[in-house]
Ligand binder design. Structure first.
Ligand SMILES: [Zn+2]
Ligand SMILES: [Zn+2]
Length: 667
């Protein structure tokens, strides 16, 4: 449209709702706002926020039908690399473009009417005297500083044994970024557990970073968002959603504990924050650091192929030795009847407590017992809405049964609903609460602390728990996977794993890899300071490769075997996977749609279809679920294939199809 014409210029505006692309609006009289401008536009009878987009949507509106847009005064723009990330992520995950934008626009970006603090975040001081680095740490830090100085995209995998001080190493990359006047983003898998991390940051930089997570109040949320956009927040630490902040001078992206499955968002837009962090780094021209003691096979394969630089920290900081790992064969050394701790583990706890040191018992299972069974007829209490047993919880002295998938809760019935027998229910198997009961029985004088998502629900609770352990007000910690992450307890010398085989159950592609990572991380809590650490693994399968790798410390052999098996079958990271989950209100409707999809799947070279099959959680929150798994060679354009395939099959009312690219969970 010629300037000065009487008809308005069409401006593409992306709205944060599940639209496939931008809608057209009329430019204001003073001209077309540039891409990234946040605007207000009418949508049906409402006024909503949107962002001027770079490219128009597929369907253009007739110019005379266009409704006007208005720029939001004083709001920062969405930077080009963030818009590119949104485009990229939508194309990769097959999510509607507007739904991806919604993750970047979960605030009201207009500055508040009343002026507050001009600079809401203290500037971390790169020259603040921090801890002294070991020669290994100093060498790795120098390499990361060089990557930051280069001011272009690169990926470094920083692999260091537990207790090696990886955090202090990548802090030096942050210091270099600050000196260059640029911003750093640090992603942590669980921001509620960030208290120890924040304390280390303060020690190094003498100030706090900006923090970003879903628990921020609206005012702080907006202040943080605007400060990030104006480069007034030099360092941001956050959960995966921090990836979508409008950094205007992004100079470094760090993903800590990069192997953690918590980086995968499993609902709404399904994406892996570690992978998208690499994409954002590439789009922003910034270096990316992935840190872990047990890197994912994906990252290791990228390092081997030369796509990532690989830095190693082979020893613990301060000369501490890695803990000695030993197996307890539960077939030969079983616990007493009705108990779960083997005599060898009980003896080790006694010795540890006698020395005045702390012990940790790990069991990745919340509640009291995973299953409740009628002794008279064998009836098992199941969730009415999900394919899942109800988990017994006894916290607070009340016996209740909970579904961990949908939150359904009931009191334990006094009579069996199947056979009518009274008081016939018995708990089967242990959860952390039951182990706590056993510890209290065995060691009545020991002070214990339970650490699970039931007891550690937020950052304050995490901080209080950490303080209790550090101040030695606790002798025995009993915990779920929460205890594996980032804690540094100098007086903790024994880690006992109650059920080392637990993570190996189920047909998950990554079960062995994940079990190894988790147990290695948990074991890594032992002996981090002066006193030597010890790890005991209770197992019914001590000959399993995962147990052998943990006991021998030969991580490399285990990973090599795992990689060889995956490479042979073209499984990730040597091939690509997508899961298609069909759900419907009835089993018949779910089956019909799943089979229609399977029939319509185009035959393509290097592509295999598995299923449809009932998902392991075949009933979830009252919906029936079927799963199709697509395995493709790396060179296959998987998204193109999926898009054409799914477009060919109509989805009836009440049914849903969800695509999960690179699935991590197979439930
Ligand atoms: Zn019964
Ligand atoms: Zn349920």
């Amino acid at each position: 449209m010629a300037a000065g014409g009487e008809r308005a210029q069409a401006v593409p505006v992306l709205l944060p709702y599940p639209f496939a692309g931008p809608l057209d609006y009329a430019a204001p009289p003073d001209g077309e706002p540039p891409p990234g401008t946040i605007v207000r536009v009418p949508l049906r009878r409402r006024e909503v926020l949107g962002v001027v987009w770079d490219k128009a949507g597929p369907g253009r509106a007739a110019p005379e039908t266009l409704r006007p847009l208005a720029a939001v005064a004083g709001a920062p723009s969405l930077p080009r690399d963030l818009r590119a990330l949104i485009d990229w992520l939508a194309a990769y995950t097959l999510a509607p473009l507007g739904e991806v934008l919604a993750m970047a626009l979960r605030i009201n970006p207009a500055p508040p009417k009343r002026r507050r603090r001009a600079q809401p975040f203290a500037a971390p001081d790169p020259d603040h005297p921090g801890p002294t680095l070991s020669p290994d740490q100093a060498a790795a830090a120098a390499a990361l500083r060089d990557a930051v100085r280069a001011a272009r995209f690169s990926v470094t995998l920083l692999e260091g044994v537990t207790g090696a001080g990886k955090t202090e190493v990548y802090f030096e990359a942050i210091a270099q970024t600050l000196k260059a006047g640029r911003q750093a983003l640090v992603l942590l898998p669980e921001i509620a557990l960030s208290a120890p991390w924040l304390a280390r940051f303060r020690t190094r930089f003498g100030a706090d970073p900006a923090v970003w997570h879903s628990g921020l109040g609206p005012a702080l949320r907006r202040d943080t968002w605007i400060a990030v956009a104006r480069a007034a927040a030099p360092v941001v630490v956050g959960a995966r959603s921090a990836l979508f902040l409008p950094f205007s001078a992004l100079g470094l992206v760090i993903v800590d504990e990069e192997h953690e499955s918590a980086f995968k968002q499993e609902d709404g837009v399904i994406y892996h924050a570690r992978d998208m962090a690499v994409v954002r780094g590439r789009l922003a021209g910034a270096p990316v650091v992935l840190a872990s003691a047990t890197p994912s096979l994906e990252s290791l394969a990228n390092a081997e192929a030369g796509r990532y630089r690989h830095l190693l920290l082979p020893a613990r900081h301060g000369g501490a030795a890695l803990p000695a790992v030993a197996m307890i064969d539960l077939r030969r050394d079983p616990p007493a009847r009705g108990r779960f701790l083997a005599p060898a583990l009980i003896a080790a706890i006694s010795e540890t407590l006698a020395r005045g040191e702390q012990a940790m018992l790990f069991l990745n299972r919340r509640g009291y017992a995973p299953l409740t069974l009628c002794r008279a007829c064998g009836h098992r209490l199941q969730c009415p809405h999900c394919t899942a047993w109800l988990v017994a919880h006894r916290r607070g002295g009340r016996a209740r049964l909970l579904c961990h998938h949908c939150g359904y809760v009931m009191d334990q019935p006094s009579a069996c609903p199947a056979c009518g027998a009274a008081a016939s229910f018995t708990p089967i198997g242990p959860g952390v609460e039951r182990i706590t009961e056993e510890v209290a029985d065995l060691f009545p004088a020991a002070r214990h602390l339970v650490m699970s998502s039931d007891t550690i629900a937020n950052a304050q609770a995490a901080q209080a728990a950490a303080a209790a352990v550090l101040e030695r007000r606790v002798d025995v910690i009993i915990g779920t996977q929460i205890v594996a992450k980032g804690w540094h307890f100098p007086h903790l010398t024994l880690v006992g794993v109650v059920d080392a085989d637990l993570g190996l159950a189920g047909g998950d592609l990554r079960a062995a890899e994940r079990c190894f990572q988790l147990l290695h991380q948990v074991g890594g809590r032992a002996g981090r300071a002066g006193a030597p650490g010890r790890v005991l693994l209770q197992s019914f399968a001590p000959e399993h490769p995962v147990m052998q790798a943990l006991a021998s410390g030969d991580q490399a052999a285990f990973l090599a075997a795992e990689k060889a098996a995956r490479r042979m079958g073209h499984w990730p990271p040597y091939g690509r996977l997508a899961a298609v989950i069909v759900s419907a209100g009835t089993a018949a409707a779910a089956d019909a749609l799943a089979h229609a999809l399977a029939r319509a799947m185009p035959a393509a070279h290097g592509v295999d279809l598995f299923g449809p099959a009932p998902a392991p959680l075949a009933l979830l929150r009252g919906r029936h679920r079927r799963r199709l798994l697509i395995k493709a060679r790396r060179e296959v354009a998987l998204q193109t294939l999926l898009r054409a395939w799914l477009a060919a099959v109509p989805v009836p009312r009440g049914a849903h199809v969800v695509v999960d690219i690179d699935p991590m969970s197979f439930l």
